[in-house]
Design a binder for this molecule. Structure first.
Ligand code: PLP
Length: 378
């Protein structure tokens, strides 16, 4: 049996929605994007939401409106996709890596506090793999030190922290709509925003800070000459992406339920497989299960990479656990030493999980894992 590692989930009505959008003649950012933003904001409990070309540009813009620029430091976990750090660098600032909690793999508030210097301007908690970071201590820390908070919520649409949806907590939370995420628009990002003035500025910044949107100009009854009060980006979303995004929002609960079902089955099975540790579930969080990462004990009979290789031969693709950015050549100059991050990155791997993975395919994954780690029982 050949299993896929990840697949986006489509209900079948998406093609029609995208075609209907094309038929209107609006293909670049317009009314559909506005509709998608409103639906997204309502879903995540934010005052507003601003669509972008991807989550990396969303993070860049969110940091920019938080006043982050050259000479500033932003505290980030190293255990994250490299986009987290790159978005800080794109603003001319320096990402400062702090260690993670060894149970949740999310930024540890105490480690973040220890990394604060007089140049620190912001903290960027990442809701890694869709598991909310412990937000109350971060919000309190930011308040106490006068720092900005920008949440990297790339994997976290539909997650909640102490009963409140991710997107409703901090001032700016950035989501990804890449196909490896919970819902997708192909490429795409979204910033959940609470301050209406900041939302309006973000809308301008994503379109080179032009003070007139295409939609406003289209609806104007007189000639409109635009102005550019500040410099900006091109980080716009297309209408076709927004049409797809609206369909995906409708499917979100179905997708989350399917992911929860599969995660429950993995956790039950993994309890009985030696050398494997299922993901920790902190009581404060409802997660999206964007990925299911297991940890291999250091005394396991085979290495993590050898396990991945053997699973691949059995038709089970896996991925290494979340990377450690500071271990990559691109950020070698950080000089960071982060024991929890380094161990977690080395020992973890991700198993196939997506809405649409059948129970029998999942049973195959589980059977192959058991055969490698407890050959007698399997
Ligand atoms: C934690 C995290 N942050 C940011 C990103 C960047 O998202 P995008 O590909 O939409 O720019 C990703 C995507 O993999 C991610 O996992």
């Amino acid at each position: 049996m050949q299993v896929a590692f990840s697949k986006p989930y489509f209900r079948g009505d998406e093609g029609e929605a995208v075609a209907a959008t094309i038929a209107t003649g609006w293909v670049a950012q317009g009314p559909r994007v506005r509709e998608f933003e409103a639906g997204f904001a309502a879903r995540v409990g934010a005052h507003d939401a601003v669509a972008t070309s991807n989550c990396t540009t969303a993070l860049q813009l969110a940091l920019y409106v938080s006043g982050i620029g050259p000479g500033d430091e932003v505290i980030v976990p190293s255990m994250s996709f490299i986009a987290t750090a790159n978005s800080v660098w794109h603003n001319g600032a320096t990402p400062v890596f702090a260690d993670v909690d060894p149970l949740t793999y999310n930024l540890d508030p105490a480690a973040a506090e220890a990394a604060i210097t007089e140049r620190t301007k912001a903290i960027m908690p990442v809701h890694q793999l869709g598991l909310p970071a412990d937000m109350d201590p971060f919000l309190e820390l930011a308040e106490r030190h006068g720092l900005a908070i920008v949440e990297d919520a790339a994997c976290a649409i539909g997650a909640s922290y102490r009963g409140r949806p991710i997107g409703s907590l901090g001032p700016l939370a950035c989501f990804s709509l890449h196909p490896r995420k919970v819902i997708t628009t192909g490429e795409g990002g979204m910033i959940a925003v609470h301050d209406p003035a900041v939302a309006e500025r973000l809308r301008r910044l994503r379109a080179h800070s032009m003070d007139v949107s295409d939609l406003m100009r289209h609806n104007a009854k007189d000639v409109v000459i635009e102005a550019y009060p500040e410099r900006g980006w091109n980080a716009r979303m297309t209408e076709m992406q927004a049409a797809l995004g609206l369909c995906q929002l409708e499917a979100l609960d179905e997708i989350l339920e399917a992911r929860r079902h599969l995660a429950r089955r993995y956790t039950e099975a993994i309890d009985g497989i030696p050398f494997l540790e299922a993901p920790h579930e902190p009581g404060y969080a409802e997660r999206t299960w964007q990925s299911y990462a297991v940890r291999l004990a250091p005394d396991a009979p085979i290495s993590r990479t050898e396990l991945m290789r053997r699973l691949l031969r059995d038709g089970v693709p896996t991925r290494r656990g979340v990377m450690a950015i500071h271990e990559e050549q691109a950020y070698a100059s950080s000089g960071a030493t982060l024991p929890e991050t380094e161990a977690a990155t080395r020992d973890s791997l991700m198993l196939p999980l997506y809405a649409g993975l059948s129970d029998s395919e999942q049973d195959h994954v589980i059977g192959c894992l058991a055969a490698q780690l407890s050959p007698v029982a399997a």
